[in-house]
Design a protein around this ligand. Structure first.
Ligand SMILES: Nc1ncnc2c1ncn2[C@@H]1O[C@H](COP(=O)(O)OP(=O)(O)OP(=O)(O)O)[C@@H](O)[C@H]1O
Ligand SMILES: [Mg+2]
Length: 268
């Protein structure tokens, strides 16, 4: 596991720069004074308790939610979902829970990733190659003509990731992609994401409650709870007790709590 992008990559302008960001939802401050810079090639794990603002941060980066204060610059521009096609791939929380009545093969689902407002009526055969490549990258060639509803949870998650890859996005945002996966599927997805980062030049920002898994894969970790409490190399990620202390949380039990008993730190 590499720990940093190369020097060459560090000299490139950052993909993302967030300064002093605050976001309000339903009259309540959800994010406050968030500063964040992401360079090409990084694999970042974003963690924090339920309701701590992780999805809100991703939606703000995508331009779906507007800042109350501060600024976001992504590829040098303010976020605008209309300009993101081919640059940013998003795998939403529970994206793979497709309704049962949706009848789509893996190939058809992935193909949807190549359709934008601009090419909707002029979809070219060249896009077929992108679709094949994306399916190959996630290793679903054998089931490409199978209905998505017949896949396992892990395979479905791979299919929605392939849809994001088919856009040829360089920066991939994933919100809880490991939910509902068994250990083997989870490990192979993490391996895939690691390969995408190291060998396919992707930059990855992944939200997960699975601290163990994310620690094994991400180079950098961010702990968010309204604001950023930790941002640094994974090997320096502090103990949960230290983080709780920082956040002013006192233990409810005299004896130390096991990590597994803290809901947001559970293995999913
Ligand atoms: N659509 C919404 N409208 C108003 N407030 C919302 C909305 N969605 C979320 N919130 C609030 O914003 C806060 C942050 O929610 P968010 O979904 O970003 O948390 P999260 O860290 O992604 O949580 P989880 O781990 O449960 O997915 C919460 O207090 C939540 O109640
Ligand atoms: Mg969320």
């Amino acid at each position: 596991m590499e720990t940093k992008p190369t020097d060459e990559e560090c000299c490139d302008p950052p993909i993302l720069e967030v300064n002093n960001l605050s976001v309000i939802r339903s009259g309540k401050i959800v994010l406050k004074d968030v500063d964040l810079t992401i360079q090409k090639g990084e694999f970042i794990g974003l963690v924090g308790p339920n309701g701590s603002g992780k999805s809100t941060l991703l939606l703000s980066l995508l331009g779906v939610l507007k800042p109350h204060n501060g600024s976001i610059s992504i590829y040098g521009d303010v976020p605008n979902p209309r300009n993101f096609f081919g640059r940013i791939g998003w795998v939403s929380q529970a994206a793979s829970y497709l309704p049962r009545q949706v009848k789509l093969t893996v190939r058809e689902l992935v193909k949807l990733g190549t359709i934008s407002g601009k090419n909707m009526f002029s979809w070219s055969d060249g896009s077929n190659e992108k679709v094949s490549r994306a399916i190959e990258m996630v290793g679903l060639e054998d089931v490409e003509n199978v209905d998505v509803s017949r896949l396992s949870g892990g395979q479905r998650q791979r299919a929605v990731i392939a849809r994001a890859l088919a856009t040829e996005a360089e920066f991939i945002l994933l919100d809880e992609p490991l939910v509902g996966m068994d250990r083997d599927a989870r490990n192979s997805l993490l391996k895939l994401l690691d390969q995408l980062c190291h060998h396919a030049g992707k930059t990855i920002l992944m939200v997960s409650h699975d601290l163990t898994a994310i620690r094994q894969t991400a180079h950098r970790m961010i702990f968010l709870e309204e604001k950023i409490w930790f941002d640094g190399p994974t090997n320096l990620f502090p103990d949960l007790d230290i983080l709780a202390d920082l956040r002013g949380i006192t233990p409810a039990h005299d004896s130390p709590i096991q990590i597994q008993e803290i809901p947001w730190a559970e293995e999913v």
